[in-house]
Design a protein around this ligand. Structure first.
Ligand code: DOR
Ligand code: ZN
Length: 345
């Protein structure tokens, strides 16, 4: 049995770091594990300008302190009215790595998002020309579409036509939750990839709803039936270079989660690589973890893999039930559980 596993330092290709005191608390968890992360721009107000992204990047670096080495990769939040020139300038200056598409109303802080993807055609054309990836929250928001079908319908109604209209646009379908998305991404060309969260590899909708409602298992896109989770597990175990790690770690304080109208988001940064290691081990494919966590993402983005390594060891890792209970009050993914892999110090 493998008892230690050394891999190139991984990257997190989808992460929420928030701001202020929450940022200070959560950023070190990521920086201890990952070399880089694609940082989501859904702050209030959202990150829509080069100046805002630069300032946010600086605050992140201050929050990380000496927990790194860690490089935040910044994204622009697309709105109906965002200026394509601002996006292009941000990319050329090395500030914006990618742009994030939130369909308006789809999730946390998405009110300023895009109401109809055709509204941003000029930006998409600009991005395709620059080779700048579009990162997609792939859910429709139509009231008549069942929440468990929103990702599948998005593929048909929005993503497929957009890929057709912009044949050179690079797209990452983020945090995929369905067998349909796996198939869709596998069938797309090289310019299409997807991220998979640690939690969607481990939970299905029963984990949210059976035996009482579990607000800390609620995120968007919401976890689906068990067969979809199985399809995701099988897909990452296949070693497909089109799939890579994106935790979508999304901290919300406990009162905001345990509420009559609880926020969507699972805070997984404290177990950000360990949970995946556990899953890959269960799947008997630990040798595929490095590709998924450290190699496929950089290849898609046209970056070199990180220079350093991390070592995981097969040893009990007791995940705390609460983090900073008197302050930000977070409940992490795997709260109170024992994992079989931990970071070697
Ligand atoms: O569960 C989620 N939480 N999904 C998202 O798309 C946004 C995120 C957040 O920002 O809390
Ligand atoms: Zn997210």
């Amino acid at each position: 049995m493998t008892d230690t596993l050394t891999i190139r330092r991984p990257d997190d290709w989808h992460l929420h770091l928030r701001d202020d005191a929450m940022l200070s608390l959560v950023a070190p968890f990521t920086a201890e594990r990952f070399g880089r992360a694609i940082v989501m721009p859904n702050l209030v107000p959202p990150v829509t300008t080069v100046a805002a992204a630069k300032a946010y990047r600086q605050r992140i670096l201050e929050a990380v302190g000496d927990a790194g080495p860690f490089e935040p990769l910044m994204t622009a939040y697309l709105t109906d009215t965002i200026d394509p020139e601002e996006v292009a300038r941000g990319h050329e200056e090395g500030v914006f790595m990618a742009c994030k598409l939130y369909p308006a109303g789809a999730t946390t802080n998405s009110d300023a998002g895009v109401t109809d993807i055709r509204n941003i055609d000029p930006v998409l054309a600009q991005m395709a020309a620059l080779g700048m990836p579009l990162l997609v929250h792939g859910e429709v928001v139509d009231a008549d579409i069942d929440i468990f079908d929103r990702e599948k319908v998005f593929l048909e109604r929005v993503l497929a036509p957009t890929l057709e209209r912009f044949p050179d646009l690079k797209v990452v379908l983020e945090h995929i939750t369905t067998a349909d998305s796996v198939e869709f991404v596998q069938a797309g060309g090289e310019r299409l990839a997807a991220t998979v969260t640690a939690h969607h590899l481990r939970i299905d909708r029963n984990d949210i709803l059976v035996g009482g409602i579990k607000p800390h298992m609620y995120c968007l896109p919401v976890a689906k039936r068990a067969r979809h989770k199985e399809a995701l597990r099988e897909a990452v175990a296949s070693g497909s270079p089109k799939l890579f790690l994106g935790t979508d770690s999304a901290p919300h304080a406990r009162p905001a989660k345990e509420s009559g109208c609880g926020c969507a988001g699972i805070f997984s940064a404290p177990v950000g690589i360990e949970s995946y290691a556990q899953t890959f081990d269960e799947l008997g494919c630990l040798e595929k973890l490095e590709g998924f966590a450290s190699l496929h993402g950089p290849r898609f983005y046209g970056l070199a893999p990180n220079e350093g390594t991390i070592t995981l060891e097969r040893a009990p890792f007791e995940v705390p039930a609460r983090i900073d209970p008197e302050g930000q009050d977070l409940t992490p993914f795997h709260a109170g559980e024992r994992l079989g892999w931990r970071l070697a110090r």
